[in-house]
Design a protein around this ligand. Structure first.
Ligand SMILES: Nc1ncnc2c1ncn2[C@@H]1O[C@H](COP(=O)(O)OP(=O)(O)OP(=O)(O)O)[C@@H](O)[C@H]1O
Ligand SMILES: [Mg+2]
Length: 258
């Protein structure tokens, strides 16, 4: 098993975690977790139920503070007090429910809570710039090679894979350079899963780093460069995935002595 180091020597990695820990009362959900993430890297976070995956995501996304340890973004220490702070720093998290509003359009979802307005310097005159948002939505979809001509379509009319695309487009709208995805393929069929993996490859190709939490080892070996394997809140392995099979990875996760 090869243990990966992360970014090239010399340059600071895009993200570095050092000794991250989180306890809930007496429960140590995460202990002494250190890893790094490079631009354009897809890092899978794997592990059995209760291993600490969601806890790690909560810390990285600003949803909960770490109890111990530090995070550095592009070499600078950061501490996210809220998801909004993480987003402003370029770390966008896409939760399993995608947090999309099904009855709103693609454009409205992409700009939800951050609408473009005309004359932004005059907050009293808040006129939505619908044309700019529609254009922005179309160019974000084009950037993801998502073939939907009509951005006024409601999200409820889209497939699961397309919905993931809208959620990713919203992350790109914030200029995120780290996109965290929590079990993005868990509820999807084969074709839709393929579409989500394609989307991950697409943003990776644009230099965006992806942290992918997944129980689907097939997807992990298909799309990820590295995997962190967590066991009982600790890092058991940090694996460069080239040459790995889904079965091999599953065995590493299940190994008692890892
Ligand atoms: N709010 C909480 N209060 C107390 N214990 C918690 C809390 N959240 C998580 N834990 C515990 O922390 C540990 C790690 O949980 P976590 O949810 O991070 O695991 P996970 O890897 O995401 O699991 P799953 O695959 O089931 O989603 C578990 O033992 C869990 O019971
Ligand atoms: Mg979880």
């Amino acid at each position: 098993m090869s243990e990966a180091g992360g970014a090239a020597a010399g340059a600071a990695p895009l993200l570095a975690a050092d000794g991250l820990g989180k306890s809930y009362g007496a429960v140590e959900a995460l202990t002494g977790l250190s890893f790094s993430l490079a631009a354009g890297e897809v890092l899978a976070v794997c592990g059995d139920n209760g291993a600490g995956k969601s806890t790690l995501i909560k810390i990285l996304s600003g949803a909960q503070p770490a109890s111990t340890g530090t995070l550095a973004l592009r070499g600078k220490p950061v501490r996210f007090g809220s998801p909004a702070q993480a987003l402003a720093a370029g770390v966008a998290t896409i939760y399993q429910d995608l947090a999309l509003a099904p009855n709103l359009s693609i454009t409205e979802n992409i700009y939800l809570g951050s609408e473009l307005v005309r004359a932004p310097r005059l907050p009293a005159v808040r006129i939505l710039d619908k044309k700019a948002m529609a254009q922005g939505a179309r160019s974000l979809l084009a950037r993801l090679r998502i073939d939907i001509a009509d951005v006024t379509r409601k999200v409820s009319a889209l497939s699961g894979g397309q919905r993931q695309g809208v959620a990713i487009a919203r992350a790109l709208r914030w200029r995120a350079d780290i996109v965290i995805m929590d079990e993005p393929t868990a509820a999807l069929g084969v074709r839709e899963t393929r579409e989500v993996l394609r989307l991950i490859e697409e943003i990776k190709g644009q230099g965006i780093a992806v942290i992918l939490v997944s129980h689907a080892m097939k997807d992990v070996v298909a799309v990820a460069d590295r995997a962190l394997i967590l066991q009982a809140g600790r890092l058991a392995h940090d694996i460069a995935l080239a040459g790995w099979t889904a079965d091999g990875l599953m065995n590493a996760i299940m190994a008692e002595d890892a």
